[in-house]
Design a protein around this ligand. Sequence first.
Ligand SMILES: O=C(O)CCC(=O)C(=O)O
Ligand SMILES: [Fe+2]
Length: 225
Amino acid sequence: MTATRKAGSPSPVRQRAGEDVARRLAAHPAVKRANIDTAQIYSYRDFLSAAQCAALVRLIDANRRPSTLLSENPDTQFRTSESCDMDRWSPDVRPTDEAIAELLGIDPSNGETMQGQRYAPGQQFRAHHDYFHEGESYYEKVIEAGGQRTWTAMIYLNEVEEGGATWFPQAGIRMAPRRGMLLAWNNMNPDGSPNLATLHEGMPVVRGTKYIITKWFRERSWLRA
Ligand SMILES: O=C(O)CCC(=O)C(=O)O
Ligand SMILES: [Fe+2]
């Protein structure tokens, strides 16, 4: 694989989304950019308080079901966690949901439903891209509502005794879960085409349980009027 290989088409709208959000994050005193230039990856250490994290963990425990994948995958071990949708209008969810959109400066309606994820020991989410792959059978359908995914935001809700790091093998970044820490990255290149270097995985939990929330943003409004 060469660095010039393209994973999809460029887009002025997604180029703008990359620039606008990056400018906003760069101006935020609590946000740090990872020291790499192949991808835009940012962290914010204490984005949520311990109490906010605990409340979201309780919601995940109450609503979890096996996680799913968009494309059929013969590897049954690809994503073995449990997930739940977090109702954006619920008073327990709305402040966090809106705070993420506000931090990134993205219209909340571009955000998909926030998901909670829970990984028990041995559970993982193998290396994948969050963007939609052009040419996949699901592509036309998912693009209809909101278009391509641009930014991902993720928040760790607890500390994990061992394992469960988020690893970007191509970018060379590995983040250990830390309660309250938010990670955000642009899934696109500067020209708005999908960025192969955003490949990432949720490594297997070894000891403890890992709780996170994940929020994916689209290039247009995802909510239907
Ligand atoms: O569990 C992780 O650290 C990564 C989760 C992830 O990649 C996702 O939910 O898209
Ligand atoms: Fe992901």
